[in-house]
Design a binder for this molecule. Structure first.
Ligand SMILES: *Cc1c(COP(=O)(O)O)cnc(C)c1O
Length: 330
């Protein structure tokens, strides 16, 4: 792999911190837990989509596009960060918001929704769950073109092979930090949603022959469906990155035990995980993704899934701005 061959904008000036979580590790009685602070990437309030946008926006600029069009849930971190990238680059940005929970769009809602307006979405189209999202985006793109402008379409979560390259890069960055720290990781855990993060990490780990198992914790889909999505995207990402080793289905694990009643709907385990990380480590998780992913990691630790001496890294993918839209459940 030689990622420098890809055009890239830089939105985070330095590697994100990789920190130990000694108080959480002690509270759980092991293993040794670490955290990759991708909640501290650049753009407005950070998160995993920043890394994907570095590659996607570079392509948009190379193609001479002046308007980013993307899609997400009503509290989408991805939409917030796409807006922020557009603002920074002097581009316009239009959003399609999917009401994955019926009636969940409230134009006056706090959290990311408030930031859509603040950062300056040029237009917002709200569609119901199950709507054809590519069709909805194509319609927005037509509107943009009818104004004599040029749209660049970014799929949900920025999760195509080019966007996932951001997490191939994150895997390389992480291993380099671990080498400097003398830290040999045994396992990696991340949230698995639109799959670009998980797929990029996996393509990177296979690409450098890291021998590092990765467990995704689902936030929306059933296990078999998510594992299929991650495998497919990891293979396409690996092909784009020039990874020669095939990615096998056995390398993909997506646990669905912590989704609860559905995407973005609170669970007791999520609330406990958000509270534990805040009170023991001073780290803010989010209710939709990292709270559930951390609930999964905590559940795996308690179930004895890891050896007590294992070094396990949690990839913090961001999302804390959504906390303010969920204050009442805490
Ligand atoms: C989008 C998102 C995820 C999921 O990442 P995918 O690449 O979509 O699987 C995890 N955490 C946060 C905070 C997110 O916004």
């Amino acid at each position: 792999m030689n990622l420098a061959k890809f055009a890239r904008r830089r939105y985070t000036p330095a590697p994100t911190p990789l920190e130990a979580m000694p108080r959480l590790s002690a509270a759980l009685g092991g293993p040794n837990l670490f955290i990759k602070r991708d909640d501290l990437t650049g753009l407005a309030s950070g998160g995993n989509k920043t890394r994907k946008l570095e590659f996607l926006v570079a392509e948009a600029l190379a193609k001479g596009c002046d308007t980013l069009v993307t899609v997400g849930a009503v509290q989408s971190n991805h939409c917030r960060l796409t807006l922020a990238a557009a603002a920074k680059e002097g581009l316009k940005c239009r959003l399609v918001l999917e009401q994955r929970v019926a009636g969940s769009y409230d134009p006056k809602a706090s959290g990311n929704n408030f930031l859509f307006d603040l950062i300056g979405a040029e237009a917002i189209t709200v569609v119901d769950a199950g709507a054809d999202l590519s069709e909805a985006m194509a319609k927005v793109a037509d509107e943009v073109e009818s104004l004599g402008r040029k749209a660049y379409l970014i799929p949900g979560g920025g999760s195509n092979p080019l966007g996932s390259m951001g997490y191939v890069a994150c895997l390389e960055e992480t291993l380099s930090q671990c080498f400097d720290m003398g830290l040999a990781l045994d396992h990696l855990v991340c949230a698995s949603g639109s799959a670009g993060t998980h797929a990029g990490l996996l393509a990177g780990a296979v690409g450098v022959n890291a021998g590092l198992p990765i467990t995704g914790i689902n936030v929306r889909r059933p296990r078999a469906e998510q594992e299929g999505n991650v495998l497919d995207l990891a293979q396409r990402t690996a092909a784009l990155a020039g990874v020669a080793t095939p990615i096998k289905a056995e390398a993909v694990t997506c646990l669905d035990d912590w989704v609860g009643p559905g995407y973005s709907l609170p669970t007791e385990e999520m609330i406990e995980a958000v509270r534990l990380l805040a009170s023991l480590e001073g780290i803010l998780l989010d209710p939709v993704y990292t709270g559930k992913a951390m609930a999964g990691l905590i559940g795996l630790c308690r179930a004895g899934h890891f050896k007590k001496t294992d070094n396990v890294l949690f990839v913090h993918t961001g999302g804390a701005p959504a906390l303010y839209a969920y204050q009442s459940i805490f």
